[in-house]
Design a protein around this ligand. Structure first.
Ligand code: HEM
Length: 196
């Protein structure tokens, strides 16, 4: 996979746990913290990213679902800061989610096959009347991260999102997610709260 996700993950661990714990987590994952540098333009084996996530959850005592809920805002903020162009003129969550596989493919353009093809195979998205349907297929088993980032993205557009699994589950290598979007309901003030 592209080294960007592990790179962002390492930045997140530095922020929430500090550099020392992050080094220990990389060691737990079987990596040499001094020799490990994740980069956007470098391929990282999928299992290495998985191992870092598992080591981080074990060391910090959180479930993956909890970890992704914490990580998603950081992930999205990092994407916005590094690639503002992908966010420009995007009308809402649905439009963004429809372009997400193309964003990944665009970032993979510098890699060679078979890595580039493996990235293209991870996500396929189709439009549905109320949102999108996502076909996920990756040994990283990160559909739960997709769910967390989609919620965060929807929040940024003032929308709410409901995600169901039509096939597989959040920990599957292969699953199909149905993503339904709705604008956040405008809150009507209670009559008693209206001051003349
Ligand atoms: C500008 C926005 C985004 C950028 C720059 C970005 C970048 C990336 C990159 C570089 C990867 C590694 C792909 C690979 O090599 O396999 C990745 C993976 C991933 N992204 Fe994105 N992404 C963006 C938006 C999103 C959104 C909106 C979602 C979810 C709603 C998302 C969910 C994921 C997930 C779940 C993975 C892990 C895939 C796997 O390895 O199984 N991304 N992203």
């Amino acid at each position: 996979m592209i080294g960007w996700v592990p790179k962002v993950l390492v930045g997140f661990l530095d922020q929430i746990a500090g550099e020392n714990i992050r080094r220990i987590i990389l060691e737990d994952a079987g990596l040499d913290p001094e020799a490990t540098e994740f980069r956007l333009d470098r391929d990282v084996p999928d299992p290495a990213c998985r191992k870092v996530i598992e080591a981080a959850c074990a060391r910090l005592g959180v479930t993956e679902a909890q970890a992704f809920t914490l990580f998603a805002p950081y992930f999205l903020a990092a994407a916005r800061a590094a690639f503002p162009g992908f966010f420009r003129n995007v009308a809402g969550t649905r439009a963004f989610l429809l372009s997400q596989p193309a964003i990944h493919n665009c970032l993979a353009a510098g890699l060679r096959d078979p890595q580039r093809r493996a990235i293209a195979d991870k996500f396929r998205v189709e439009a549905t009347p109320g949102g999108v349907r996502v076909f996920y297929n990756s040994p990283n088993r990160l559909a739960a991260l997709y769910v967390a980032v989609a919620h965060e993205l929807a929040k940024s557009y003032g929308e709410t999102v409901e995600i169901g699994f039509e096939a597989g589950d959040p920990e599957s290598e292969k699953c199909t997610m149905s993503v339904e979007l709705a604008p956040v309901a405008a809150t009507t003030p209670e009559p008693a709260a209206i001051v003349a």
